[in-house]
Design a protein around this ligand. Structure first.
Ligand code: DP6
Length: 326
């Protein structure tokens, strides 16, 4: 009744930004991501008969309140799916700078979905696991797979066709993804709340949706043909558009700090100097810079010179879910 799984975080090239169903975590659009090798969550789940409720231990500390609730609500879904009725001890460790725009919820729920079903000996396909993880946090459905991944929004109301698939394995295209930490504090508007406010109030949201199909087509083609410049151009413009929608929300908000803009401008200057580097930003102030491995040293050196940069983490495409023997 015990299993341990590891899932890696992912960074969206084409963003998931808005839900059409909040209960089922059904997105308004397809999204495309890269799974990262350096950031991951390892989770052990043990179902025990002697428990009166689920227990959640994160990095050695037992958590209660909202954190424990989120885990329990997700395990309720696992219990419903597997028809098992016991409680579990969930022990997680995060190798992710939590809540600084590095998506630990993606690796967290992907690892929990995998470890909990495995602990119960429940047979589940990758698509099934992706559907399950999605209902913990939308972006988690992409962390089931390694490399380049697309989450298909699906059309059905019950969510059975809303899951991710792999576009290209992590071995098939080496890219460098540099996570640039400018701020380690907890973000003010969580992605869940931010996307909801944007869908409900931003007049720019329709423009975002209308512009996605060409971005998706260009990204799929760039990945299939491994054309870096095309990929970089689209991912940067997609991130800019997502952030533009937040400025039109009511009340308006923005995730960028002055340091975020400094990093964005440094990346644009690198391009003026002939180095192909592009940025993307999620629901926080930190920036991810994407370049080719041959340029990663030059790009890192340039970013290190910026006073606002607190830390740099170099990542490459990483693997999907795997199980560890304990
Ligand atoms: C900006 O998956 O964290 O990182 O489904 O509400 O848990 P919930 O949101 P979450 O949102 C991620 C938003 C994003 C873009 C992306 O990863 O595609």
């Amino acid at each position: 009744m015990k299993a341990t799984a590891r899932a890696h975080t992912n960074i969206a090239l084409i963003k998931y930004w808005g839900k059409r169903d909040e209960q089922l975590f059904l997105p308004m659009n397809n999204s495309i991501s890269i799974t990262l090798d350096q950031f991951y969550t390892t989770t052990s789940v043990t179902f025990q008969d002697d428990l009166a409720s689920d227990v959640f231990v994160l990095d050695g500390v037992e958590l209660g309140g909202a954190e424990q609730n989120k885990i329990s609500t997700f395990l309720d879904l696992v219990r419903k799916t597997t028809k098992h009725h016991g409680y579990a001890v969930v022990e997680s460790s995060n190798n992710v700078p939590t809540a600084a725009g590095f998506a630990s919820s993606a690796s967290g729920f992907a690892a929990l979905a995998a470890a909990s079903t495995k602990a119960l000996g429940y047979e589940i396909s990758d698509a099934g696991l992706s559907i399950l993880a999605r209902q913990g946090s939308g972006s988690a459905c992409r962390s089931i797979y390694g490399g380049f991944v697309e989450w298909h929004m699906g059309e059905k109301n019950d969510g059975t066709d809303s899951f991710a698939t792999q576009l290209l394995s992590e071995e098939d295209w080496q890219l460098s993804i540099i996570s640039v930490m400018v701020e380690a504090k907890q973000k003010k508007v969580l992605s869940r709340e931010g996307m909801k406010r944007t869908v409900e109030t931003s007049p720019f949201y329709d423009g975002w949706l209308a512009s996605l199909e060409p971005d998706l087509l260009a990204t799929r083609a760039a990945i299939a043909n491994r054309t870096f410049e095309q990929l970089g151009t689209v991912l940067e413009r997609n991130a800019m558009k997502m952030h533009a929608t937040t400025l039109g929300a009511n009340p308006p908000f923005m995730y960028w700090m002055s340091s975020t803009i400094e990093v964005m401008q440094a990346v644009q200057e690198l391009r003026e100097d002939g180095i192909q580097a592009y940025f993307t930003i999620d629901a926080g102030p930190n920036v991810k810079v994407i370049c080719q491995p041959a340029d990663e040293r030059v790009v890192m050196d340039r970013l290190k010179q910026l006073m606002c940069v607190k830390d740099l983490f170099l990542c490459h495409p990483g693997p999907g879910i795997h199980y560890l023997t304990t």
